[in-house]
Each structure stands twice: as C-alpha cells, then as structure tokens.
Design a protein around this ligand. Structure first.
Ligand SMILES: NC(=O)c1ccc[n+]([C@@H]2O[C@H](COP(=O)([O-])OP(=O)(O)OC[C@H]3O[C@@H](n4cnc5c(N)ncnc54)[C@H](OP(=O)(O)O)[C@@H]3O)[C@@H](O)[C@H]2O)c1
Length: 329
C-alpha cells in the first residue's frame, strides 16, 4: 500500500489513519476493553499505521468505570510499538455539559504528557497535538514547551488541532509544526483556506471527522437511533430531519459516483480528499472491522484532477447542515 509522509517529518504512515476516539468517546457506551484491543490489533493487521487518540477521549463503561481511549491504544499497540505512529492530544478537558475546557498552560501540558505516556504504555509520543487553541496562552509559549519535550525525547513531533493560520505561523516560527489536525470533509471545507500555508510550510493536514461523522457513508437515515447523550450524532445537525433533507442531494450524488467507481460512498468521500493533496491524511473512525477495512481501501480508488474539480464544483453549489459548521470559517 502507498504510504504518506506527515509533513516534513520522518513519520511514514498508511494513507488513511485510524481515529480511535469512538471506541471510548462520543459514539455511545464505550466498547468493552478486550473487544476494543482486538479491533485495534485487527486494524494494525489490515495495514493501519497511524492511530489517533487524545487525553480527553474518555467515556463511562457499562459497569460504571471509565474507558480511557489512550489505555486501549496503549495495550493494543504495545507489541508493535515501533511499527506504528501514535498521535495523541493535550489541552482539552470536557465539562459536564460537553463543552470544552481549554487549558494549555505549560504546567498543565507537562502533567498531560506524563499521563498520556503512562496510559499509552510507551516512553515517547510520535505526534503530540495541541487539541485546541487556548486563548490565554500565546502560541510561542506552547511551542516552547513542545521544543523542550522534543529535546527530552518525550515527543517526536507536534501539531495543532483546529488551528488558524496566524496561530500556526507564530507557533511554527518557534518550533516547527509537523501537522495540523482540522475538521475536513466534503461537507466541511472551510479550512481549505489553510491549504496554501500548509503547503508553503511543508506541514501535513490530518483530516478529522472526514466522513462528516459517518454521514457521508449514506448508511444512515432520519430513523436511525443513536444513544442519546453519549453518542454525539444524536444531536448533530446533519442527522436531524432537516439535515437529511439538505444533505440528500449530496448523498445521492455520492451514491451515483461510487457506483461508477465500484466503491462505496464512504470510500468515495475519502478518496476525494486523498486525491486532492498528497499531504492530506484522513483519520476516519469505526468500531466495526469490516468498515475499517472498507475505509482503508479508499486509498485504492483513484480520482483524476478533473474528477475532483468536478466534485468540488458540485459541492460549491450545495448547502448542508453539518456539525462544526457554526465555527469560524
Ligand atoms: N482534533 C479534534 O478535535 C477531533 C474531533 C473529532 C474527531 N477527531 C478524530 O477524528 C476521528 C474520526 O472522526 P469522527 O469519528 O468524528 O468522524 P468520522 O470518521 O467522519 O465518522 C465516524 C463515524 O462514522 C461511522 N462510520 C465509519 N466508517 C463507516 C463506514 N464505512 N460506513 C458507515 N459508517 C461508518 C462510525 O460508526 P461505527 O463505529 O458504528 O462504524 C463512526 O460513528 C476520531 O476518531 C478522532 O480520532 C478529532
């Protein structure tokens, strides 16, 4: 399988990475630990190299205990540690109401990195992202801590999630940034404005929620029931009646395209971004091994530049509701 390099780093990864979040967080009651470990090992056997997690990806297990996503990743990948790229994140904690508490003070990052290393059962993190910009801490200060952690061998590279161009440039000037991890899908294209900067600085773009939280797979409809509260799709705008109404044109279009390409809609939605730029790496998530396989195989579907342009042209004419769509564009 083709491999991709993340930015100007030495990290070579599968073109599609694995978002591990849903095993513990935001997708309903967490997957039972031994089952989750099994799924992650299956993913490695399929060819996934990049595994994405975060300090704050936690959930309440059926027995009331806490599922720490990093622990699942750590246990599953320990036997193959040197063959995988583990990315995790700091700087975000979840409030009771599911709002985000942002805290990237140096002393907090220092504590976070030790906790992540422990839960991941490793002595280094390949790619350490600031999960969200903390308006109270300057990018230079955060980048300074990252430079120290790289020097100490605790992390190999660092990145920023949901960054702006200004923040990225200021941080990058202090300690080179290897990747940004921002939302990106056919329904969420507002960060394309960052592409020129990413290209200029030779940074990777890791695309999170690349299938608009599964919506683009076309496997769901207004009657699909998600676990209230714990499965975030239960309150995402694209999954409402109006969301399906507005998204219908895109879903139909994707279905038509995927039939032409003998692929699935999920694969098409990933192949579209993989075909755009060599430095884009989507990290879809799933709890189901057959879907992990399906998503990874998206890399085998090749779209020409003309086909991608044509899709973009169609997308430009559509309007949809999507989670994250009310954020600054
Ligand atoms: N940096 C950030 O702030 C941030 C935010 C959100 C997510 N992320 C990262 O991005 C990763 C992926 O994001 P995401 O989970 O929000 O969105 P996503 O990958 O677009 O969608 C995942 C959802 O789609 C379903 N799905 C996956 N493949 C499918 C397929 N082939 N057919 C039908 N349904 C499919 C999954 O359900 P099943 O499990 O039932 O298959 C899952 O609920 C996360 O795991 C996390 O690592 C980062």
């Amino acid at each position: 399988m083709e491999q991709r390099t993340i930015g100007n780093s030495a990290l070579k990864v599968s073109p599609v990475g694995l978002g591990c979040m849903g095993l513990s967080h935001a997708s309903g009651t967490p997957t039972e630990k031994s089952e989750a470990v099994k799924i992650l090992r299956q993913a490695f056997d399929m060819g996934y190299i990049l595994f994405d997690t975060a300090e704050c990806y936690t959930g309440i297990n059926a027995d009331g205990s806490i599922s720490y996503n990093e622990e699942l990743v750590g246990e599953a990948l320990k036997p193959v540690r040197s063959q995988v790229v583990i990315a995790t994140k700091y700087g975000v904690h979840h409030a009771e109401d599911k709002g985000l508490i942002l805290d990237s003070r140096p002393e907090v990052i220092r504590k976070s990195v030790e906790g992540s290393l422990k839960r991941l059962e490793t002595d280094y993190i390949d790619l350490y992202y600031q999960h969200r910009i903390d308006p109270k801490v300057a990018p230079e200060e955060v980048a300074g801590v990252m430079a120290d952690l790289i020097q100490e061998g605790k992390i190999r590279y660092w990145g920023i999630s949901e960054t702006t161009e200004e923040y990225l440039r200021r941080a990058h000037a202090v300690c080179p940034v290897t990747a940004i991890q921002n939302r990106y899908s056919m329904m969420a294209r507002w960060h394309e404005s960052l592409f020129p900067a990413v290209e200029e600085l030779n940074i990777g773009y890791v695309a999170f929620s690349p299938m608009a939280n599964g919506f683009l797979s076309g496997q769901y409809n207004q009657n699909t029931k998600f676990e209230a509260g714990t499965d975030y799709r239960s309150f995402m705008p694209q999954y409402t009646e109006e969301g399906f109404e507005k998204g219908r044109e895109l879903l139909n279009y994707l279905q038509k395209l995927s039939e032409e390409k003998k692929a699935t809609s999920a694969q098409l939605s990933l192949a579209w971004m993989l075909g755009k730029k060599k430095w884009i790496i989507p990290i879809p998530g799933s709890r189901k091994p057959e879907r992990l396989q399906e998503n990874l195989k998206a890399a085998e579907i090749i779209l020409s530049a003309e086909e991608i342009n044509e899709i973009d042209g169609k997308l430009n004419q559509m309007q949809f509701l999507v989670f994250g769509g009310n954020q600054a564009k």
